[in-house]
Design a protein. Structure first.
Length: 477
C-alpha cells in the first residue's frame, strides 16, 4: 500500500484521480522525507534496470499518489524526464501525446506504477536534474511539450533553490498536495518540501470536505503549507469538515504559514475570505505558466494594489511591449523549448526573455496587472482548454458546418466552456449526438457545458473566427 495510509474519507469529487482512490472515497497518504528518499531510490533503480538513462522519458497518466510522486522525483534525480499527462484524457488524446513524446516507458495504471517500487536502491543527485515535461498549446490546439533537457548539478541546484528558497520550505513543513500531479506546481512544491526534509500529505484527488478535515487537523499531521487553484480554494471555504455544509466562514486554518493560489484569476471575494481564515501574511499568489514563472505577490501587496499579480520573481525582470505582450527576462536555468517545434520555440524567446502571449501592463513600481490571456484560451478550474481543439471535434458531428468555442465567466470554475455551432445548409444539429461525440473524444473539462445553435458566427474581414465576439453574442451569463 502506498505511503502511510489514513482512512479514506469524502465523497466523489473531480474526475481524474479515481485510480489512486478507493471507490467512492478519497485516500489520504502521509509521506515523510526519509520514506520518500528510499522510495525515490528504488523507483530510480527500477528505471535504470529497464534501461532508462539521462534524457530518456517515462510517461505517466495517473492520479495523484505517493508512489507517483516518488517515481517522478526518483526519475528526475537521475536525469530521466517524466512526461506528466492529464489523467482525465480519453485514450485517443493520451495516445497522441505519448506518440509525440516518444517515451521509453509508459505507465498508465496502478499496477505499472507499483512495479517501479521494488527496484534496487541507487544513488541520486541532491536535486532534480530536469523539469518534468508537461504539455501545453496555443490557439492551433496542437499540444506541445515544454522541455528543458537535462541540467548539470550546478544548474539543477540553482533551479531547485529558486523555488524552495522563495517559499521557504524546510524540515518543519507539512505540505498538503491537493492539486493533480500533472499540474506543474504540484511536483515543484511537494518536491521542494521533501528535499528540504519536510513531510507531504497527499490527496488522491481534490475533495473539499477531505481537504478541510486535513487542514483542520482531523486527518494526519496538520499542514503548514498548501497550494490550491482558486476554484478549489472557493470550495474549501464553503465547506465544513466532512459535511459539505456551509460553515458561514467560521472555521480557521491557523496552522498554515503559506497558502498559495495561481492558475486562473482569483475572485477578490474568494481571496478576502481566504485571508480572513488564516493568519496575517499567509495567502500568496504567483503568475506563471507551464513554460515558466513570472511574478509573486504577497497578501500585503495585493491589499494595497487590488488586481495585481505582483512583481517579478527573484532573478527575473518583466517588460511589456506596446501591444501589451508580457515578457519575462529569465535566468539560464529557466530556459525551455517546445518539444520538436523550433519555430514555436523561436517565437517564444527574444534573447533571454520569453513570452506566453499574455497581455498586461506594469505600473511605475513594477507591479503587473493582466489584461487578457493567450489568444482565446479558456481556463476552467485552473486547467487550460484550447478552443481550436474542441472546435475540431465538434465539427466532426454530422450537420455541423462551423463551431466556435469560448469561455463564459463562472463562479465555481472561473470560466466554463461553451460553444456556438452553425448547421450545414438544410441540416438539423442533434445536440444529444454532439454531446455524446464530445464525451467520446474529449476529457470532461474540455467538453462544452452549453451549446447554442446559431445562424452564423462572427469573422474578421479576412475570414478569421472572432471567438471573443462570439462569446459576447452567444455566451450565457
Amino acid at each position: 500500500m502506498s505511503g502511510s495510509p489514513v482512512a479514506p474519507t469524502g465523497a466523489a469529487g473531480a474526475a481524474g484521480a479515481a485510480d489512486a482512490a478507493p471507490p467512492g472515497g478519497v485516500s489520504v497518504e502521509v509521506l515523510t522525507a526519509a520514506d520518500a528518499e528510499r522510495r525515490q531510490r528504488q523507483a530510480a533503480g527500477s528505471l535504470a534496470t529497464a534501461g532508462l538513462g539521462p534524457g530518456d522519458r517515462v510517461a505517466f497518466a495517473l492520479g495523484s499518489s505517493a508512489d507517483l510522486l516518488c517515481a517522478v522525483l526518483g526519475a528526475l534525480r537521475t536525469g530521466v524526464v517524466p512526461v506528466l499527462l492529464n489523467a482525465t484524457l480519453v485514450e485517443a488524446e493520451r495516445d497522441t501525446l505519448i506518440a509525440d513524446a516518444r517515451p521509453s516507458l509508459v505507465v498508465t495504471d496502478r499496477e505499472g506504477l507499483a512495479a517501479l517500487s521494488g527496484g534496487p536502491e541507487v544513488d541520486l543527485a541532491p536535486w532534480p536534474l530536469a523539469r518534468p515535461m508537461h504539455y501545453t498549446s496555443g490557439t492551433t490546439g496542437q499540444a506541445k511539450g515544454v522541455w528543458t533537457g537535462v541540467w548539470d548539478e550546478a544548474t539543477a541546484r540553482a533551479a531547485f533553490e529558486d523555488e524552495a528558497d522563495l517559499w521557504g520550505f524546510d524540515a518543519g513543513d507539512v505540505h498538503l498536495v491537493c492539486s493533480p500531479m500533472y499540474h506543474s506546481v504540484s511536483v515543484r512544491f511537494a518536491g521542494g518540501t521533501l528535499l528540504r526534509g519536510g513531510t507531504c500529505v497527499i490527496l488522491s484527488r481534490f475533495d473539499a470536505p477531505t481537504a478541510h478535515r486535513v487542514l483542520a487537523g482531523g486527518v494526519g499531521p496538520v499542514p503548514t503549507t498548501t497550494f490550491m487553484a482558486p476554484t478549489a480554494l472557493a470550495r474549501l471555504l464553503a465547506t465544513t469538515s466532512g459535511s459539505g455544509v456551509s460553515d458561514g466562514g467560521a472555521a480557521r486554518f491557523d496552522h498554515l504559514r503559506l497558502l498559495v493560489h495561481a492558475g486562473s484569476p482569483c475572485p477578490p471575494s474568494t481571496k478576502r475570505a481566504a485571508m480572513a481564515r488564516v493568519g496575517p501574511g499567509v495567502v500568496w499568489e504567483f503568475y506563471g505558466s507551464t513554460e515558466g514563472q513570472f511574478t509573486v505577490c504577497s497578501p500585503g501587496e495585493w491589499s494595497e494594489r487590488p488586481g495585481t499579480v505582483g512583481r517579478a520573481r527573484p532573478g527575473r525582470r518583466l517588460s511589456v511591449d506596446p501591444d501589451g505582450t508580457v515578457w519575462c527576462q529569465a535566468p539560464p536555468f529557466a530556459r525551455f523549448e517546445y518539444w520538436g517545434d523550433p519555430d514555436k520555440t523561436a517565437s517564444a524567446w527574444r534573447g533571454d526573455a520569453f513570452t506566453v502571449g499574455d497581455l498586461g501592463r506594469l505600473d511605475g513600481e513594477g507591479y503587473l496587472y493582466l489584461d487578457g490571456r493567450r489568444d482565446d484560451l479558456v481556463i476552467s478550474g485552473g486547467v487550460n482548454v484550447y478552443p481550436a481543439e474542441v472546435e475540431a471535434v465538434l465539427a466532426e458531428v454530422p450537420g455541423v458546418a462551423e463551431a466556435a468555442v469560448f469561455g463564459v465567466d463562472d463562479d465555481d470554475w472561473g470560466e466554463r466552456v461553451c460553444a456556438a455551432v452553425v448547421p450545414a445548409p438544410g441540416a438539423v444539429i442533434d445536440l444529444d449526438a454532439l454531446a455524446a461525440h464530445a464525451a467520446e473524444r474529449l476529457a470532461p473539462y474540455k467538453r462544452p457545458k452549453e451549446v447554442t445553435v446559431v445562424a452564423e458566427l462572427p469573422h474578421t474581414a479576412t475570414g478569421k473566427l472572432q471567438r471573443r465576439v462570439a462569446a459576447e453574442r452567444f455566451g450565457r451569463q
